[in-house]
Design a protein around this ligand. Structure first.
Ligand SMILES: Nc1ncnc2c1ncn2[C@@H]1O[C@H](COP(=O)(O)OP(=O)(O)OP(=O)(O)O)[C@@H](O)[C@H]1O
Length: 411
């Protein structure tokens, strides 16, 4: 078993490396680069270069200040109040306008607390119009709707809206244009995705989950999705080996762990084929060209849970839309001469035998068939011979990632 450094998946932020991009990008140049912080008028690559060269903290502070500079200031209705709204590259903030009181009048009960949202948490902006049922175009402009990704308890993400009301077309168009420009400046956010839906997963709900919960969010975020509903086991793998991935910013699978493994294997195999690595070249595998988003819809969703920190469709979808990228370890499984497949875990034959047995007993209820399979496999457990080698990513003096191979033998 080899652990060829790190692959990438859309996932929850980790405190040390919020988007896991540094290691992922350095290892093989795949995936989105740069952080998902607010885009600045300065190019993000120049800021990164400066950081890499050890730019003094004062430069970073200047860049931060620049991102805080107001780009627009205007009046909108927010909720039931008239607010003074300010937009900078980093944030959208609003505070209620205090009406002038007649002499002796009091402002008791009126708060002027500022509220704000970070632009890095905004995933879409739309013009809001009043339309009649069935009306597709036109309609009276009512203002702007800003769609925000909110962090809830327990790693959960939720979509929410802020309505900015103003009937002036010129005013709204100007704000809409600026908000769009800021959103388009986030480098990691996908615009085009290849999506695999396994209609057979768990309770056969993956297609419904996609159409009801995932597709509307992708549409809102202006993401084009090329959807394949898989027809048989191995269908996603076959398509990934053949299709042109250059027009996609990522691959998404909706299903259980079996589907996620098949798609991850296909994606990595495809990267080896494109890099002209044949089956014998198993020591130095290359990274996937694009990240993999895993949306849980299976009976077990361990992979989705591991990368997202929660088994929740909307959370997984929002991580993809927001371009949250996280590096993950991947194994290659090989015989002495041939690469067999890529995967995320190995139980030295135990897991695969138990899963194969569970597959044969699909007529049983899902909880019972898995317990039955584990117990039956345990009863006939035998020792296995294998050789393990690790390729941990390590940083050399220049900050470059290097792979060091370590071998272990076991039986
Ligand atoms: N249309 C299809 N018909 C039959 N099998 C399919 C189809 N599409 C994909 N598959 C295969 O179904 C297998 C099981 O799917 P998946 O893992 O998504 O569901 P599950 O078994 O309910 O979930 P889990 O593996 O998390 O328990 C996968 O190995 C996948 O390759």
């Amino acid at each position: 078993m080899h652990r060829p450094g790190r692959r990438i998946a859309w996932a929850a932020e980790s405190p040390e490396d919020p988007f896991g991009v540094a290691a992922a990008a350095a290892a093989a140049g795949a995936g989105w680069k740069g952080s998902d912080g607010a885009p600045s008028s300065r190019s993000s690559s120049s800021t990164e270069e400066e950081r890499a060269k050890g730019a003094p903290p004062v430069r970073e502070a200047e860049a931060r200040d620049e991102d805080e500079q107001p780009l627009l200031r205007g009046i909108f209705g927010v909720g039931k109040r008239s607010c003074d709204v300010v937009l900078s590259a980093r944030r959208l903030s609003w505070s209620p306008i205090q009406p002038e009181r007649p002499v002796g009048g009091s402002n008791v009960g009126l708060t002027n607390e500022e509220e704000s949202v970070e632009m890095k948490d905004v995933f879409s902006v739309k013009l809001k119009r009043r339309r009649f049922a069935g009306q597709q175009k036109g309609g009276l402009l009512l203002g702007i709707t800003v769609f925000v990704c909110l962090k809830k308890e327990g790693n959960k993400l939720k979509d929410s809206v802020i309505n900015l009301s103003n009937l002036s077309e010129d005013h709204c168009y100007l704000w809409f244009k600026h908000l769009k420009e800021i959103l388009n400046g986030f480098p990691n956010r996908p615009k085009s995705l290849k999506v695999f839906v396994n209609p057979n997963s768990h309770r056969k709900e993956a297609a419904r989950i996609y159409h009801e919960q995932v597709a509307p969010l992708f549409k809102l975020a202006d993401i084009r999705a090329d959807v394949t509903v898989t027809e048989y086991e191995g269908h996603a793998l076959k398509l990934l080996k053949e299709c042109d991935l250059t027009s996609f910013h990522g691959v998404v699978c909706i299903g259980g762990d079996g589907t996620a493994h098949e798609v991850a294997h296909g994606l990595l195999l495809r990267a080896q084929m494109d890099a002209r690595r044949d089956g014998d070249d198993i020591i130095a595998p290359v990274k996937a060209q694009v990240p993999l988003g895993i949306i849980p819809a299976g009976s077990t969703n361990i992979l989705a849970y591991t990368v997202n920190g929660i088994q929740h469709t909307v959370t997984a979808t929002l991580h993809i839309i927001m371009g949250h990228v996280q590096s993950v370890d991947v194994c290659t499984f090989s015989s002495p001469t041939k690469l067999l497949r890529f995967g995320f875990s190995s139980m030295f034959g135990f897991g695969s035998r138990a899963l194969a047995l569970a597959e044969k007993h699909r007529w049983m209820p899902s909880s019972q068939r898995k317990d039955f399979a584990v117990l039956k496999t345990l009863a006939s457990l035998k020792p296995e011979y294998c050789e393990l080698s690790f390729l941990p990513l390590e940083q050399d003096a220049q900050g470059e990632d290097t792979k060091q191979q370590k071998r272990l033998k076991s039986d």
